[in-house]
Ligand binder design. Structure first.
Ligand code: FMN
Length: 318
């Protein structure tokens, strides 16, 4: 029922990309997403050396024979990785689906990403970036609207406008998301012209999601009003769960604290500590407005199964 150019080209059963998530999209999580019939996306920025990343790729392969992608992070990072070296290594290791996300696409990466045997997906938040990615040779473009968990950019365009605007303008298939958590969202995104959805927030409380149970329980209680934007003052806007740490960062930004102070308050190390320790005030976690519709801890396979059956019944009921 849900065959599209995206499912055909990527060789996946369902038109669902489980969005890459820093400190979360490890081999176990990614393989579970792929095994459930979606595209799992390994977060290369979690690995500080090519060797570590290569081991992670091998670990995914040991857990699934289904397709998966690797994300290259183009956002500003406190400890930048060498994406050119990473992509060469990934190609040598046989990875053939690469997702890039973030500010600007370095020209030096384009010849590798546009190799005929590589499928390149670029993720962005606006028409102008989507057009640029298509003009550089991206095979698919993912767009995420303002509701989404994680980077939101500066354009603040909601998903309901962004998907059809981009899908009408591009020739390549569009993957759309931001606020999609269930079968209703999947059907809506396809109706708007997307050929697959991307979802992150919906999987934050998945059994395989490697964050502490305290954090999952707190997220289960969150509603659509419990997210906020931080880091706009340093040009790296992110939508996160509005916990104590996020409020501290908001206060620093409204007090016009220096960029360094804001960035160090939002350090990824604190986030990782929170994920591992369960101290839910220690760091921040990216989180979309859809969190209000996420209310049960389940394995990824059941989340996906429920999304697909709901989508089928939504279509029948229309
Ligand atoms: C906890 C979390 C971490 C994320 N980390 C990244 C990341 O490192 N790189 C990236 O491109 N997107 C990241 N994202 C964005 C997701 O890949 C995806 O685009 C987004 O979650 C889709 O919107 P939704 O959260 O409304 O479903 C993250 C999202 C979440 C919720």
């Amino acid at each position: 029922m849900f065959r599209t150019r995206v499912t055909e080209k990527l060789g996946i059963e369902y038109p669902i990309v489980v969005g890459t998530m820093m400190h979360i999209s490890d081999p176990v999580f990614v393989a579970a997403a792929s095994e459930a019939g979606c595209l799992g996306v390994l977060a290369s920025a979690m690995y500080k050396s090519e060797e570590d990343l290569k081991n992670a790729v091998q670990q995914v392969r040991s857990l699934t024979s289904k397709p998966f992608a690797v994300n290259l992070n183009l956002f500003p990072a406190r400890v930048p990785v060498d994406n050119a070296a990473y992509v060469e290594m990934l190609i040598d290791a046989g990875v053939r689906i690469i997702e890039t996300s973030g500010h600007g696409i370095p020209e030096q990466l384009v010849p590798v990403l546009t190799r005929p045997d590589v499928t390149w997906i670029h993720k962005c938040v606006g028409l102008r970036y989507a057009r640029k990615a298509e003009s550089l040779g991206a095979d698919m473009v993912t767009v995420v609207g303002y509701e989404n968990g994680g980077a939101t950019g500066i354009l603040d365009i909601g998903t309901f406008v962004l998907i059809p605007t981009v899908a009408r303008s591009l020739h390549v298939p569009v993957i759309g998301g931001g606020g999609v958590t269930n079968g209703q969202g999947l059907v809506a995104a396809l109706a708007l012209g997307a050929e697959a959805v991307i979802m992150g927030t919906a999987f934050l409380v998945a059994e395989e999601c490697p964050i502490h149970i305290n954090l999952k329980k707190a997220l289960l209680e969150a509603t659509e009003t419990d997210t906020t934007l931080i880091l706009r003052s340093v040009g790296n806007t992110h939508r996160v769960w509005k916990n104590k740490k996020a409020k501290e960062i908001m206060q620093l930004e409204s007090d016009q604290a220096s960029g360094d102070t804001v960035i160090s308050a939002a350090s990824g190390d604190n986030n990782l500590l929170m994920y591992q320790s369960g101290d839910i005030a220690k760091g921040t976690i990216s989180c979309g407005q859809g969190i209000g519709m996420v209310n049960e801890i389940k394995p990824i396979k059941s989340i996906v199964g429920d999304i697909i059956s709901e989508a089928e019944s939504v279509i029948k009921g229309l």
